[in-house]
Design a protein around this ligand. Structure first.
Ligand code: ADP
Ligand code: MG
Length: 731
């Protein structure tokens, strides 16, 4: 029987591919025709299209962070939105929301309404804009919504602009919404995010008042740096693991991995560059301010980063970035992988969440300024962040806990699971002075002489960058680096906003009390900060976060938590400390926390369950059959030597034995895996998750180890799965 190796066909197809030229306009057109944000119902568009009084009412409501109650305003806005969308080719609208799946959801409704006499008219009312009722009974609710009360509502979030998604045949108007049960419990990621932004604003404004600031709102800002892989579609479809689990469940390490470090910041292959350009073009039209692109550490790994925005808009935009990238890559014959660890042994993908606070006068509250030692306002906000991480590092940890990220955290390519803060030399110097209660000076960097007179003479950054810290101060913002590439940034932002709100609340309360005792502002602050610093400084660590010594010190000396995996980390979501925190600031009710813990644990179970089933299926139907074929070939070769009367070299027998032995290993492990998958678990969700972690994953790893060994033994022309070498280096 003739066997055409599908891998070889894929390789021929790739070799014959040309880069797809950009079917839309080029970035140059975009610049020339001012297409940025052309698909966004922005403030600017509203200003042009809404009657002045309506526009002003709307802006005022948004500025104050209030809800839009006036039905007339809503009707006028809806009608303008519809006109605008239809002019740009839209036929349908959708309430766009962020369910607990971590993805986005939409249900399209046509603008058309039958009139009863055989005609249709286009309609879109204020009511439809403000509230929707998707049939949402199959979204995860973690018990918040029993089926008999399956109703969920979506509510317009006017703080994130509506946008158009273009298809090859028209466009869809997407309206960002929050998704809640009919009893008002949050079923999504946006509702808690908006609540946490409110809590943070209230406490930050209260603090700013003490410094005489007229600011009325403070917004959390976010800029996520997004990593991803690109592989050729022809390879992708030959890998059931990539298709179904987003990562390879088999695959021997390539002879050339990332040892050469020749990919990082290297020049971008043409085919990929054209794809990136089209991605950026589409994102610009959606008003997503993407700014940088470059190669990442691993072969075929890349990064895209936007300019920062309000945390709410940044969250929506990051979802659009992930979805748009996937959609466009597809047009270029590429598959975009967002999984945290698509290739074992190769650097994985994360997401760095840059986070800061900005008041409505445009001031970045985490900007130290030229003389940080005189900037008491900065010191107070800095202390609030340090205190919040010292108290709630476990919550930051669990905000990045899920099966995909377990492959990275603590694996010496991503920060460890121990949450600490890097502040750098300059801030360390300042913090030490605050603790002593004597603030004199700011540490300055030295002027660097590059010894090439044509180059500038920079001042050294006081404090180098530390790439190993999970939570680093980087000049005028914090960078939370433990996020996984596929996750929504909403959860980590909710935690950050809430824990910092709590510390601002605490500090403002203490400072206010000192002021009432007759102290002036500086003395009041200095009566409070030294104690807060000495209690919180245990989380500050400026050294190498990958080192063994640090892990020991962190846990044994400093008493910091080290929750090594998702299952260890998630239960803290409903600890008494977490319940007290989140309920106090109205970010989550206890029931909402319990539901989230349940959903997140279930996600973990489902992920491992899918992975284990695909591992089993691939072992049985792809890996073992290929190995058996080769075993037959080798056996036949030996038999023909024997028939010819030639003495059989021991090496050939060894090969046959090694093959037979390894096939035996994978078959046995596969049977264990089948048993593990089928065994019944009567425990609760946590016990089930523990079972997956302790009983299923190790067996899956054994199946894989044997499979990967076979890959190195079996003849290339009989091996059907694209190899790491091929997927990572052929484009
Ligand atoms: P760096 O030099 O530290 O990489 P960049 O200015 O290039 O800093 O920013 C990296 C990321 O941080 C970008 O996505 C950017 O939008 C984001 N960022 C910068 N300033 C802020 C801020 N004040 N708040 C939130 N994110 C920010
Ligand atoms: Mg980065």
């Amino acid at each position: 029987p003739s066997f055409t190796n599908p891998r070889h066909s894929a390789i021929s197809a790739i070799a014959a591919r040309h880069s797809v030229s950009n079917p839309g306009a080029s970035l140059k057109d975009l610049r020339d025709q001012q297409l940025f944000g052309i698909n966004v119902f922005s403030e600017d568009v509203m200003k042009q299209r809404l009657p002045k009084n309506i526009f002003e009412t709307l802006c005022e409501t948004l500025r104050q962070g209030k809800e839009l109650r006036d039905p007339i305003v809503a009707d006028v806005v809806a009608s303008a939105m519809k006109e605008w969308a239809m002019e740009r080719g839209a036929t349908h609208f959708t309430h766009w929301f962020l369910p607990m799946t971590g993805l986005t959801a939409e249900k399209h409704d046509s603008f058309l309404q039958p009139t009863g006499d055989g005609r249709v008219i286009s309609e879109f009312s204020g009511k439809e804009l403000i509230r929707g009722e998707p049939d949402a009974s199959s979204f995860p609710s973690g018990g918040l919504r029993a089926t008999f009360e399956a109703r969920g509502y979506t509510y317009w979030d006017a703080t994130s602009p509506a946008f158009l998604v273009e298809t090859s045949n028209g466009a869809i108007l997407c309206i960002p919404t929050a998704f809640c049960s009919w009893t008002g419990e949050a079923l999504d990621k946006k509702t808690p995010l908006l609540r946490s932004m409110e809590a943070l604003s209230t406490q930050a404004v209260r603090m700013l008042k003490l410094f005489g600031s007229p600011a009325t709102r403070v917004t959390a800002t976010a800029g996520p740096e997004q990593e991803y892989f690109l592989v050729d579609k022809s390879f992708y479809y030959l890998r059931p693991d990539l298709v179904n689990a987003g990562r390879t469940l088999f695959g021997a390490k390539p002879p050339k991995g990332q040892e050469m470090e020749d990919h990082y910041f290297g020049s971008i292959p043409d085919r990929v560059l054209v794809c990136m350009q089209e991605i950026e073009f589409e994102l610009y039209k959606l008003g997503v301010p993407v700014k940088t692109r470059h190669n990442e550490v691993a072969p075929s790994q890349y990064e895209i980063a936007p300019v920062f925005e309000s945390a709410n808009v940044a969250t929506d935009h990051n979802m659009l970035v992930m979805e748009t990238m996937k959609r466009i890559a597809d047009r270029h014959g590429l598959k975009l992988l967002l999984h945290e660890k698509p290739f074992a042994g190769i650097n994985g993908s994360g997401k760095h969440l840059n986070w800061s606070l900005s008041d409505n006068l445009g001031n970045n509250l985490l900007k130290p300024g030229d003389a940080p030692h005189e900037n008491f306002q900065f010191m107070v906000f800095l202390a609030a962040v340090l205190r919040s991480v010292a108290r709630h590092g476990d919550l930051l940890r669990l905000s990045v806990a899920f099966a995909g990220n377990d492959h990275r955290l603590g694996a010496n390519e991503a920060p460890p699971a121990i949450i600490s803060v890097f502040v750098g030399d300059m801030l360390q110097h300042l913090i030490d002075q605050i603790e002593k209660g004597e603030i004199k000076e700011t540490l300055r960097g030295k002027v660097i002489d590059l010894k090439a007179p044509t180059l500038p003479r920079p001042e050294a950054d006081p404090g180098d960058r530390n790439r190993t810290s999970p939570f680093a101060f980087t000049g005028n913002k914090f960078e939370f680096r433990a996020l996984g590439s596929s996750q929504s940034i909403a959860g980590p932002i909710v935690v950050l906003n809430t824990i910092v709100a709590e510390s601002l609340d605490f500090l403002a309360g203490r400072i206010e009390a000192e002021l009432q005792n007759g102290k002036d502002l500086k003395s009041a602050i200095m009566a409070v900060l030294p104690g807060v610093i000495s209690e919180s400084k245990k989380v500050i660590f400026n050294g190498d976060n990958y080192s063994e010594a640090w892990h020991k010190e962190a846990v044994e000396v400093r008493g910091l938590p080290n929750h090594k995996n998702t299952v260890d980390s998630l239960p803290n979501l409903t600890s008494p400390k977490a319940v007290e925190l989140f309920t106090k600031y109205h970010v989550f009710t206890q029931r909402e926390l319990e539901s989230r813990r349940e959903i997140l644990l279930e996600n973990y179970i489902k992920t491992i369950s899918i992975e284990s089933q695909i591992t089993l299926e691939m072992a049985r139907t792809i890996v073992i059959p290929a190995a058996l074929r080769y075993q037959t070939e080798v056996a036949q070769a030996i038999a023909s030597l024997k028939a010819a009367g030639v003495p059989i070299p021991s090496t050939q027998m060894q090969l046959l034995e090694e093959l037979a032995g390894t096939i035996g290993e994978i078959q046995q492990s596969a049977e264990h895996l089948a048993q593990a998958i089928e065994s019944n678990h009567h425990g609760d969700t946590l016990r089930h998750a523990q079972f997956m972690r302790d009983q299923v994953i190790p067996v899956m790893n054994r199946v894989r180890a044997a499979g990967d060994k076979l890959e190195t033994l079996v003849a290339d022309d009989l091996w059907p799965l694209p190899t790491y070498q091929e997927m990572l280096f052929l484009k």
